[in-house]
Write a new protein. Structure first.
Length: 270
């Protein structure tokens, strides 16, 4: 059930059910907390240690809503579709779908491992197709759907040594625009959030790869590579991304669809 007028201010997403892929860590976890704080029930997904995931789910449940965990591997199309099917079977519906799970690999293209290319396309692009494909008909039937694809500034511009990631993220933007057009008359919006650099394990893990690819040290990677193009000279935060997701899912987001929304400290304004 959607929010009533009495709870809509404090909990604007009360009664909504949100599936957030890759929500055991980083940006996905930040968005999950923001949605749960706004009243949504959650399907949590992602890899990780069982005890850590239990703690994560307990912290999300502290917002007061229902929380289930689905460990579906999104490299597998059935795992991606199953996540949405589980939301409907266990929590009764799917109102909000955040395609966030993603991986990165940094390597010059002549040496770029084929298995890394295939995995990045499968997780960062194709998994969003499979979840959207499964969620779309129920959202249309309900007359409400909010699909948020966590793309990247790399959906808008490129950087060297990230061929698979940049290709996948540009593809996510094309998918976003197409789904927005298909959902426009059914109350289903689809947007891409395009973060610049956010301090998460994904970024931490690529610092050493970038250092090796460029022959520079860690501090130089952060200063001269990661934040060089980010005019604010600071990482965007998972709380900022969560607040944007909540806005897009609420009444103020109803006419925002097919958009690429940079949260990049001015990176792509240059
Ligand atoms: P992260 O590594 O902290 O989290 C990634 C999440 O995806 C984790 O929950 C992980 O378990 C999950 N995941 C990985 N492989 C999976 C699989 N096969 N099946 C299911 N789940 C899987 O990364 P993050 O930085 O929070 O990135 C989240 C998204 O934000 C990604 O799509 C990334 O491309 C995008 N992004 C990140 C940044 C940044 O600076 N951190 C910038 C722009 C875009």
């Amino acid at each position: 059930m959607p929010a009533t007028s009495t709870d809509s201010a404090a909990k604007p997403l009360s009664g909504r059910v949100a599936v957030v892929t890759g929500s055991t860590s980083g940006i996905g976890l930040g968005i999950a907390h923001a949605l749960a704080g706004a009243g949504a029930d959650l399907v949590v997904n992602g890899l990780g240690d069982t005890d850590a995931i239990d703690l994560t789910c307990a912290a999300l449940m502290a917002h007061g809503g229902r929380v289930i965990y689905d460990g579906g591997n999104l490299l597998d199309p059935a795992g991606a579709a199953g996540l949405v099917e589980n939301s409907i079977a266990s929590l009764g519906r799917v109102d909000i779908l955040v395609n966030n799970a993603g991986i990165q690999h940094v390597c010059p293209i002549e040496d770029f491992p084929v298995d890394k290319w295939n995995a990045i396309i499968a997780l960062n692009l194709s998994a969003a197709f499979h979840t959207i494909r499964t969620a779309f008909a129920p959202m249309k039937a309900a007359g409400y759907g909010r699909i948020i694809n966590v793309a990247s500034a790399h959906a808008l511009v490129a950087s060297p040594y990230k061929s698979a990631y940049v290709a996948a993220k540009h593809g996510v933007l094309g998918l976003t625009k197409t789904v927005a057009l298909e959902g426009a008359q059914f109350g289903v919006t689809c947007n891409a959030i395009c973060p610049g650099y956010v301090w998460t394990p994904l970024v931490e893990n690529q610092i050493s790869d970038t250092a090796a690819a460029r022959g520079i040290d860690r501090e130089a990677v952060i200063r001269d590579v990661l934040l060089a193009a980010q005019p604010t000279k600071r990482f965007a935060t998972i709380e900022e991304l969560g607040a944007l997701a909540v806005f897009l899912c609420g009444p103020g987001g109803a006419s925002i669809t097919g958009a690429a929304l940079p949260v990049d400290g001015g990176w792509t304004a240059q």
